[in-house]
Design a protein around this ligand. Sequence first.
Ligand SMILES: Nc1ncc2cc(-c3cccc4ccccc34)c(N3CC[C@@H](N)C3)nc2n1
Ligand SMILES: [Ca+2]
Length: 448
Amino acid sequence: MFEKILIANRGEIAIRVMRACRELDIKSVAIYSDADTTSLYTNYADESYPLGNPSPAKSYLNIEKIINIALESGADAIHPGYGFLAENPKFGEECEKNGIKLIGPSGKVINQMGDKITSKALMKKAGVPVIEGTPEGITDLDEAKEIARQIGYPVIIKASAGGGGIGMRAVYEEDELVRAIESTQSVASTNFGDSTVFIEKYLEKPRHIEFQLLADEHGNVIHVADRECSIQRRHQKLLEESPSPIMTEELRAKMGESAVKAAEFIGYSSAGTVEFLYDNGKYYFLEMNTRIQVEHPITEIVTNTDLIKEQIKIANGDELNYVQNDIQVTGHAIECRINAEDPLNDFAPNPGKITGYRSPGGPGVRLDSGVYMNYTIPTFYDSMISKLITYGRNRNDAINRMRRALSEYIILGVKTTIPFHKAIMRNPNFISGDLNTHFIDQYKKGIE
Ligand SMILES: Nc1ncc2cc(-c3cccc4ccccc34)c(N3CC[C@@H](N)C3)nc2n1
Ligand SMILES: [Ca+2]
């Protein structure tokens, strides 16, 4: 087993990985920029090393600096967390060159899943349902018109190298098509250096349901059940829950089987997530995320698993500890992302000094927090400061506990999304489980 793991990340996920290391008796190494000298996570590691300049490019995205610290500290593995270098193929190559194990899937798989046209083509071959559309990028506008006519409007134009919803444009009638293609191509080339775009049937009010995967390096793959992630704002998830309110045993078996087939077909290893769109009884492959995700705790709670420890064991070459039958869903869990943002000012980031802080607790509450009383939230990084998770025997229990925990969670000195989540927990459509990806737009007024 590894002796020492470097966590190439910061905040709550760094603490989460350090906790898994400690439980496995593995030493942990923290890295911190000048803006993170007082951050909580550095206290949980056995040793910590400075990165210097706080800009992401010069710190948490600086492959050379991070590899050098790993070599200097004698770390034999690196956990990338999520964001930053977590899905960067170059990072995997550099780690391999330096004899350091990067905890995650192979660079080849990260590359393949990073391209939407490639990933869709692979999924189709694997027998996973994909959304009707062009198998290749658009090269000829007349051909595109013909294809859009065959698919039937509305259609959506998507950038193949896209992510996080950037480079996506819904088109409701033919005379908008050309302009939509050209604008998406230019957005794609500016943002991703690749202007390849393709067309799909546009699903107007789908749900976003994703399946957690665990795959070892010996070809064993299982799914670890589903998460509902439809409550998003500008492609930023705000709240997630497991299981999905619409999940049944047979639908879970069917979608789970598709997710496992996808992973087996591409030779996936480590933890990963297959995202689906669900639209009145049918589901379609959307994307595959080749990293551990922010919302992994709700899965850990309802399936009684530790996904980070499993990732570390898989990277160590161990066989999976579970067979599919070991995965049973018990109860219900909800995660609210607590961001230092102002919900009444378009969720603009609101960093600053925390002048008052009291954590929630009690039955059915888990708080994965990266902050503390008197901590000054830096301006350089993501605005998520903690994740409040509640769970109970059923969804109603979990909602009641979330209402209570949100009322106990005191953060003064900065604005946060706590009031927003309190409103969601009182929103009739959320309570009824009537969710889709337009939830926020549909009910924004009721939430502000
Ligand atoms: N053919 C078709 N129809 C509807 C879609 C709707 C979305 C979408 C759009 C806006 C918010 C979403 C939230 C969760 C899941 C999907 C969405 C979508 N994407 C793709 C990138 C992902 N982050 C959002 N692709 C879609 N594709
Ligand atoms: Ca994704």
